[in-house]
Each structure stands twice: as C-alpha cells, then as structure tokens.
Design a protein around this ligand. Structure first.
Ligand code: NAD
Length: 272
C-alpha cells in the first residue's frame, strides 16, 4: 500500500532530536524523501542512517536556521538533489525559561527569537519559491500551547510561539490569495516528553529542589489526560497536515496537548 506522503520531498528542521526526529521517521516510513537539518551534527547523521537502514529515503544537512546564507544553500541543495519540495516542517526551536521576565537578558531574548521566529520566517521565505515551482505543498510550523496561552516563566518563549501562530495564518492567506496550492498550518504541542525539558537550566525551573523539569511529573498535574505526550503523537498530526488528507485545511492550528487548552480536570490528591 502506498504511504500517506509517497513521492513527496519533505524538509524537517531541528530533525535530529525529539519531535523533529519523530516527524522525520514517520514521514520517511510513509514514503517521503526526508531532508532532516539540524545544528546537531552527531545525532542528525545517526538518525538518517537509521531511517535509510529501515528502508526509508533520508539525508541529513547541517543547518543553523538563523543563518540566511545557509537557508539559500539548503534550498538550492534540495532542488539540485531532488528537483522539488512538497513539505516544510519548520520545527527547530529552543525554550528559555526564567523565574521572571525581569530576569531575562536581552541576549537570551534575542537568541530565542532568532531561532524560534526568525528561523521560521527564513524557512518560509526560502522554501516557498521552490514549493511554488513544485506546484504546491504544505508548510507546517511548530508553535506550542504556549503560543495560545500564557505561561509563567516562559513569556519570551510564548511571544515567539504566538508570533509563529499568526505568521502561519498570514502566510496561509497569502498563498490562498496567490492560488499557488500551498497550505500553511501551525501545530501546538502541550507537554511532550523530549530532550527540550532537560536543556532548561535547573536554576530557572522555579522548583525548590533545583531539579530539572520532569515533563511526566508536570503533565500528571497539568494535563487532563494525565500524562505527557510522546513525540510520535505530534508526528501523527504533522503527517496529517503534510498529506493530501488535509487538502482543504489551511490557516488553522492543530492543538495536540492532552486536553490542556480545553480546560482542567481536578483529580483527588493521592498521598504516597
Ligand atoms: P528538542 O530539543 O528535542 O529538539 C529541538 C532540535 O532543534 C534539536 O535537535 C536542536 O539541535 C535543534 N536546534 C536548536 N537550535 C537550532 C538552530 N539554531 N538551528 C537548527 N536546529 C536547531 O526539542 P523538541 O521538544 O523536539 O522541540 C521541537 C519543537 O517543538 C520546538 O520548536 C519546540 O519549541 C516545540 N515544542 C515542544 C514542546 C515539548 O513539550 N517538547 C511543546 C511545545 C512545542
């Protein structure tokens, strides 16, 4: 049986870890040729070697999404090798948590914005022309639940993810107006168990034990479904948006958060 994205060429940024790696894996399993890019030159090549061994078609290209010059090179490399681009998953991102917005340095604000927002802008600026020459496509931007709701300690992160949400909608309108066959949507994960949590410095976690954030512990309390999500559960949503099953879907937001955006469930406290 043909895969859900058979024959498509997909670019996944931040593809070496977590959600990006799960997306690369699922798109490859479903028949896409996957170009995974990342700054991580250790895990990226390992991932694509695994995907190719499993029968997929994948390549890794080193990329810092904040470099405009590199974006031009990546897109021309994709055109040279594969002649087209059908799916862009603009996923690379970081989360900088601080006890208060007043503790955030301007350097950290700019670094986070450069990756989470400038990087997504550049991804669209450089991918759309090739997608248009390919006859259309699907752009999927990785926002967050923090792009829909506020989160204490994550004001800067929320600002970038809220920006991504409306960038997606506006680019969706541009593409619809142009009639270029390109759909643009944002994905909003809740608490997903990936390495991103362990990258948050312990002094910023706001807990007295000064311990790293455990996404599973946090999700048990904060998530109506009572557990953290898995990267593969975000990848399933991305696959839907990448595939022709979502051909009438543009400018929307796919929330995959175990119910967090809908409300709260009060559970009895169970003492250990
Ligand atoms: P992760 O840390 O596991 O993976 C992020 C990847 O992005 C890493 O491989 C990293 O090397 C790469 N990256 C970082 N800076 C980069 C740069 N400048 N250029 C290219 N690549 C770069 O994190 P994840 O949880 O898989 O996050 C993926 C996306 O999902 C991010 O945009 C994140 O904000 C978003 N998200 C994650 C969660 C969650 O709970 N894990 C929730 C909501 C949104």
């Amino acid at each position: 049986m043909a895969g859900q994205v058979e024959g498509k060429v997909a670019l996944v940024t931040g593809g070496a870890s977590g959600i990006g790696a799960a997306v690369a894996e699922l798109l490859a399993q479903e028949g896409a040729t996957v170009v995974a890019t990342d700054i991580d030159e250790l895990r990226g090549p390992e991932l694509v070697t695994g995907l190719n061994k499993a029968g997929g078609k994948a390549v890794f290209l080193q990329q810092d999404v904040t470099s405009e010059a590199r974006w031009a090179e990546i897109i021309s490399e994709i055109e040279k090798r594969f002649g087209r681009l059908d799916v862009l998953v603009s996923n690379a991102g970081i989360g900088i948590s601080v006890p208060s917005i007043t503790d955030m340095t301007l350097a950290d604000w700019r670094r986070q914005t450069a990756i989470n927002l400038d990087g997504v802008f550049l991804s669209v600026k450089y991918s759309l022309p090739l997608m248009r020459r390919s006859g259309g496509g699907s752009v999927i931007m990785m926002s967050s639940l923090a792009g829909l709701r506020g989160a204490a300690g994550l004001a800067g992160y929320s600002a970038t993810k809220g920006g991504v949400r409306l960038l997606a909608k506006s680019v969706a309108m541009e593409c619809a107006a142009a009639g270029d066959g390109i759909r643009v949507n944002s994905v909003h994960p809740g608490i997903i168990d990936t390495p991103i949590w362990s990258k948050i410095p312990t002094e910023a976690t706001g807990n007295r034990a000064n311990a790293p954030i455990d996404p599973e512990e946090r999700a048990k309390i904060a998530t109506p479904l009572g557990r953290a999500g898995q990267a593969a559960e975000i990848a399933s949503g991305v696959l839907y948006l990448a595939s022709d099953a979502s051909r009438y879907v543009t400018g929307t937001e796919l929330v995959i958060d175990g119910g967090m955006n809908a409300g709260a469930v009060v559970r009895p406290i169970v003492s250990k």
